[in-house]
Design a protein. Structure first.
Length: 218
């Protein structure tokens, strides 16, 4: 996964280089009780960021979000096949596979290489979303960034990353009521930014639980 002359450097290689070296934060946040926040942050996010310009596409991604929540409730492992099932709905395609060419994003500034073992490596990274090696906010952040920088699909990778983030949290009983603070540009070689994303997720998880507790008391 090397870059040739005149090509942007391989951002997937950058991500894999720092992925195991990130100083993920510790977390002793509140564990969720039964119930859900007053508002579904992921649903609100998709409706406000996409609804006005692509009503049909928004309806599809909301359907995929419902399916992801259903899969999370059943404790389904996160795999590429599961994500591809959601992505078929998101894109309105009958079949969705792993990309077959190098991918580009951020106006061509980032390039995501492709090697014979890229999909298998991606699968291994997805499997770590349920490993107890890290607290939930860090595992969720790592999974989100895995999808952003592996860029597994030919289209719709930002939506795929958000769906997987919602799934990883929901699988452990966490639903966010705020998601918009997560919307910022991420860079593959930014280890501090990756750790900051985990910190932000921890804050949002605690705030969602606090909102739920206040709602029960009122």
């Amino acid at each position: 996964m090397t870059s040739g002359p005149g090509q942007p450097k391989d951002s997937l290689a950058d991500w894999l280089r720092i992925r195991t070296k990130i100083s993920w934060p510790s977390w002793r946040g509140a564990r969720p009780d039964s119930g859900a926040p007053a508002s579904d942050g992921f649903r609100n996010f998709f409706m406000t960021t996409r609804g006005g310009r692509d009503s049909e596409g928004t309806a599809r991604v909301l359907t995929a979000l419902d399916l992801a929540f259903d899969d999370a409730e059943q404790g389904t492992p996160l795999t590429f096949a599961l994500m591809a099932k959601w992505q078929q709905i998101v894109l309105g395609h009958d079949l969705v596979g792993f990309r077959t060419m190098p991918a580009f994003a951020k106006g061509g500034w980032e390039r995501y290489g492709l090697a014979p073992d890229t999909q298998a490596l991606f699968e291994r990274c997805l499997s770590e979303s349920s490993h107890p090696d890290l607290p939930l906010p860090s595992r969720a952040a790592r999974t989100y960034l895995d999808i952003v920088f592996f860029h597994p699909f030919e289209d719709g990778n930002a939506r795929a990353a958000m769906l997987a983030l919602a799934f990883v949290l929901a699988r452990e009983g966490v639903l966010l009521d705020q998601v918009h603070p997560l919307q910022t540009t991420r860079w593959a070689d930014d280890a501090e930014g990756a750790a900051d994303l985990a910190v932000l997720l921890g804050i949002l998880i605690i705030e969602a639980e606090r909102s739920l507790s206040h709602g029960r008391q009122s």
